[in-house]
Design a protein around this ligand. Sequence first.
Ligand code: SAM
Length: 249
Amino acid sequence: MSNINVLTIFPDIFSALNYGITNIAMEKGLINLSIVNIRDFANNKHKNTDDYPYGGGKGMIMTCQPVIDALSSLENSGHVIYVSPKGNNLTQEKIIKLNKLKNITIICGRYEGIDQRIIDEYVNEEISIGDYVLSGGEIPAMVLIDSLIRLKEGVLDKEAYENESHYNGLLEYEQYTRPENYEGMIVPKILLSGNHKLINDYQLTQSLKETFIKRIDLLIKRGISKKEALLLIDELPNMKKEIQKLIKE
Ligand code: SAM
């Protein structure tokens, strides 16, 4: 089982995880989520957790004392993450690495963020969920937790997440369900053939094509094999030269 601690001043927001797969994983005890209210650790009369910034400027900064005391109260804080727009962007590759850790603590900022001394002394890494600014770290923390939970053993079949977008550096192939013909819009015949080898090749080709068209940056990073290049050239013959440049073997 792995343990995820979250430090926040808005613990109730995390009830959003009590649905679907994340809820099932917690009920099965595959993950132990512990939400810590930073305000409970504030040692001032009004339970304040923020103060004015030195040097002036708009907004408030979360103070050291309650955050550090909340962190120190944890039995094992493990790898400490501060979710922040200044961090490295979250990727599936990062999630796969974090999934190997047994103890993770996520600090959620509010206002203009947390005092830099907390980051310097206690934070192992800063992670951003994208190049935009949200009002708090709770949604980024839930994004991180949800994507981690999907990879926990016993939550999903390995096959289910290994074929998903980004797991192996590709976007997922297009998918269809019943009926075969919906008002004249038909499902590709090959998917109904029952020939698993052909279906696998078809899905790999579609996955490569989706990625080539929508996210060439992913293919440049991952590279493609000679076999993959042949499949893709068959699908996009006009792009032969560009596809050949992606071959890495
Ligand atoms: N003043 C900060 C800055 O300009 O970098 C932004 C603070 S933001 C309004 C408040 C909190 O929301 C941050 O402390 C952080 O925890 C969280 N946050 C906002 N945007 C985020 C993002 N893109 N990724 C991760 N966390 C984010």
